[in-house]
Design a protein around this ligand. Structure first.
Ligand code: 5MM
Length: 346
């Protein structure tokens, strides 16, 4: 393991003004995204969509430090034959790879999932390194139950522990392969719960995660955390203000994340595009924490461009403009410099 190399990459991934583009939708997820724009998800269409994003020069050069790819994309070439990995590198952005095999129903814990993919991971990481990946991502999914209707209250301790243990085993294997692990324990925001429940669960998950990372010998200087923000469930009738989301998220992170971690890159989790930007900005306005706070957004960076593109090459320029705008707004938010005026100016 080359700790200096791991730390250099991790630090570069969270360069102020920049963040990560999560373009690692698995085949099933990208199909759902394409369904929403009435576009058939073929290998060529997926390539066209992602090539369009990676060729958005202003966005990629200035606001995207790295791109999380799915296995298929890491191996794909642009229409003119340029490997997509080279296209990403040409903007000085770092290619990364999603290595988990998805969240699967957990035996003994009905309604909860465990993320799979540890078997054979050492060999896959070696191949991904050769293909150009310098960081990886593994997503654990934690769901909060609806206390009024659920038979069982979730998350259970068993599911939290199994998922954080897997994240730590994955992270150790990545570092052995000189690949920076992004550890992503996502507490889902789909439910009816209030913000206090999300606060408590996120705190529990992160405390457990950092204990497991320690137990598995993971060097924190060579890692990135990709957490959810502390928000209320989408169906909760009482929604918090931007200030409350920012204050609670910063509080939980301060309570749980050691200062040796170079950076924290949030997932957007289904938040409205602008809300994801505004919340990140509000946290960076608070400031005074030891890690850089930035974005690793999938939907919140891509959605407006996806709807503009709509599967039609005639919309290429307009879609690139939409992607550039979201990337620029989030770049500003990563420095606490975003404003509603700049957002509206397009
Ligand atoms: C882009 O979506 C990623 C892959 O999801 P699947 O494995 O389910 O296909 C996902 O892991 C993503 O990287 C994170 O959830 C963050 O994306 P959002 O859209 O929440 O910002």
């Amino acid at each position: 393991m080359n700790l200096e190399q791991l730390n250099n990459i991790a630090v570069k991934m969270v360069t102020p003004g920049q963040g990560l583009l999560a373009a690692d939708e698995s085949t099933g997820t990208i199909k759902k995204r394409f369904d929403s724009i009435n576009t058939v998800s073929t290998e060529d269409k997926r390539r066209d969509w992602r090539e369009m994003l990676f060729r958005t020069e202003d966005a990629m050069k200035n606001h995207i430090s790295g791109v999380i790819l799915y296995d298929e994309t890491l191996r794909q070439s642009a229409k003119d034959g340029t490997p997509l990995v080279d296209l990403i590198r040409s903007h000085d952005a770092i290619p990364g790879i999603k290595v988990d095999m998805g969240a699967k129903p957990m035996a003994g814990r009905p309604g909860e999932t465990i993320t799979e993919g540890l078997d054979g991971l050492r060999a896959r990481l070696a191949e991904y390194y050769d293909l150009g990946a310098r960081f990886a991502k593994w997503r654990a999914v934690i769901e909060i139950s609806n206390p009024d209707t659920a038979d069982r209250v979730t998350p259970s301790w068993g599911a939290i522990k199994a998922n954080t243990h897997a994240l730590a085993r994955y992270a150790a294997l990545c570092q052995e392969a000189n690949i920076v692990p992004i550890v992503e324990p996502e507490v889902l925001m789909g439910g009816y719960h209030g913000i206090q429940t999300c606060h408590d669960v996120t705190e529990n998950v992160l405390k457990t995660l950092y204990s497991d990372l320690y137990e598995q010998g993971v060097i924190l200087e060579g890692t990135i955390l990709k957490p959810n923000m502390v928000v209320a469930g989408k169906r909760c009738p009482t929604q918090p203000s931007v200030e409350e989301v920012a204050e609670r998220t910063v509080q939980v992170l301060k309570d749980c994340v050691p200062s040796a971690v170079p950076g924290i890159a949030f997932l957007s989790g289904g938040q409205d595009n602008v809300a994801a930007t505004e919340n990140l900005n509000a946290m960076n306005e608070i400031g005074g924490f030891p890690w850089n706070l930035t974005y690793s957004y999938g939907r919140a960076l891509q959605q407006s461009a996806l709807f503009t593109w709509a599967g039609d090459s005639a919309n290429y320029d307009a879609a690139q403009k939409a992607f550039h705008h979201r990337a620029r707004m989030n770049g500003l938010a990563s420095m606490g410099q975003w404003s509603a005026e700049q957002e509206a100016a397009g």
